[in-house]
Design a binder for this molecule. Structure first.
Ligand SMILES: *Cc1c(COP(=O)(O)O)cnc(C)c1O
Length: 465
């Protein structure tokens, strides 16, 4: 099957095209969409000096082909790049011999989710214009996803966005990023409860049949294939920037990991022929993924709160894509394994599968004290102020052998978004980038509701009847 046809990891959904995978999010059988095969990047795809849009086009066209109106991807890339600060879009910064940071936080909300969300929003509204439909999106957020989604979907034609965040439990910067845009198509609900309450309410809304009567209705989380596709280009860009520095050996990427979407995009790039020596998934104390890879048992534990809050995930949704790929695309095995996990909260990984998973990625868990030490170390050694997520990756990256090639840690958020955790370590507040300074004290728009399914449904129906 070609890369522009999409199959479900659970094998019980009809193959579909890019717009349908994008607008549905999850496959009808509960699985995740995967491209029918991996396209091959041309050997000059990561040649030094290529521009980001050019590399992104080469990496993404095979997944779309002619399923979107002509020029849709070009327009989406133009908009993406206009929203980013430096010319490299995702600059590669050398820290010391063989150790690099790939900075993914120069976009409109200063975190890496902008890169894929901006593209997904543009492509979704192109798809809807072509089909004549409308789309209502709903998402729960602990901060970064909601901010990136609001910035991306604000004022997009044919789309309404509803974001649920836990009232008084997201940072002031993150809340203002969500609530200060003048966008009548966005509804912010502040839920008196925690992030899990928000997720529960979103699940309930997604299951409500009456909401589907007039509009497509889905979620904007990282199970969406379009978001993963939008993250492949920066891996290509990293290798191109290495080549421009005269480094042609394949790098190891160390990826700070929550739902494993960022890391899986890198794995996809390697399957497409990008020279990569390996991937390390760096997780915080929420370590289900690391225990699965290192101990062979995928087991749910209660989530704990850490400084790298955007990685506080216990059952990483994109682990299912990794299992599907590592099992040789065995949908029966994948469906069985995740059904067992759903039922029992844990499942042992067969030996052959485990070996194949370990060939794709290794995993390291970094605790809170080490994360704080790493923030201090990055500042003392290289004058770099890093966010807690980036610190988790850097700590793991410094443990990787550099004798065979360079090591690249992904820097996923600007430290000023996480001043509450960074300032106590360094003794000063990180300088905010322009996109945060400009939030100023614009008026905020949000509605406070209880952690109650009926209240959530009423608020959504009042906004999107
Ligand atoms: C979402 C997020 C991550 C984790 O990305 P996944 O794709 O969920 O693994 C890491 N760092 C930051 C700042 C994030 O917002």
């Amino acid at each position: 099957m070609t890369p522009d046809r999409y199959v479900s990891t659970r094998g019980n959904a009809a193959p579909t095209d890019f717009p349908e995978a994008l607008l549905r999010g999850i496959a009808p059988d509960g699985g995740l969409y995967m491209p029918g095969s991996w396209p091959t990047l041309a050997a000059d795809a990561w040649a030094p000096g290529r521009g980001y849009a050019d590399m992104a086009r080469a990496a993404m066209v095979p997944f779309i082909r002619d399923a979107l109106p002509a020029g849709a991807l070009d327009r989406a890339l133009d908009r993406l790049i206009a929203g980013f600060a430096p010319s490299a879009v995702t600059p590669l910064v050398r820290l010391e011999d063989g150790l690099f940071l790939l900075e993914l936080f120069h976009g409109p909300t200063a975190a890496f989710k902008d890169l894929a969300m901006q593209l997904a929003a543009s492509l979704a509204s192109e798809a809807l214009a072509a089909s004549g439909e409308t789309l209502t999106l709903v998402t729960a957020t602990s901060g970064d996803t909601g901010a990136a989604a609001v910035a991306a979907f604000a004022n997009q034609p044919r789309i309404r966005l509803i974001v649920l965040h836990p009232h008084e439990r997201v940072s002031a910067v993150q809340r203002r990023q969500m609530t200060t845009l003048d966008a009548p198509n966005v509804l912010n609900l502040a839920v008196r409860g925690d992030f899990d309450d928000c997720q529960r309410l979103v699940k309930g809304l997604l299951a409500d049949e009456t909401l589907r009567a007039h509009s497509r209705f889905s979620s904007v989380n990282s199970i969406n294939w379009a978001r993963l596709a939008g993250q492949i280009p920066y891996y290509v860009s990293a290798v191109s920037q290495l080549a421009a520095m005269g480094e042609t050996r394949a790098p190891v990427f160390v990826v700070p990991t929550g739902n494993f979407g960022d890391a899986f995009a890198g794995i996809a790039a390697r399957h497409m022929g990008l020279p990569v020596a390996g991937f390390v998934a760096a997780v915080n104390a929420n370590d289900a993924l690391a225990r699965a890879i290192n101990e062979g048992v995928y087991a749910r534990k209660a989530a704990v709160e850490t400084a790298s809050v955007s990685m506080d995930v216990q059952a990483p949704s994109n682990f299912e894509r990794l299992v599907f790929e590592a099992s040789g695309r065995d949908s029966a095995l994948t469906a069985g394994l995740f059904a067992d996990f759903a039922r029992h909260g844990q499942v042992a990984l067969p030996a052959e599968l485990l070996a194949a998973l370990r060939a794709e990625v290794s995993a390291v868990s970094v605790d809170e004290a080490t994360t704080r030490m790493e923030i201090a170390h990055a500042h003392a050694s290289w004058g770099q102020v890093v966010c807690p997520h980036t610190a988790v990756a850097l700590s793991a990256a410094r443990g990787v052998d550099r004798s065979h090639g360079p090591v690249i840690a992904l820097a996923t958020a600007h430290p000023a978004k996480f001043g509450r955790d960074v300032a106590p370590v360094l003794g000063f507040d990180p300088d905010p980038p322009r996109v945060i300074r400009e939030l100023g004290d614009r008026p905020e728009r949000f509605e406070v509701i209880g952690a109650d399914a009926d209240e959530a449904l009423a608020a959504v129906k009042a906004f999107a009847p």
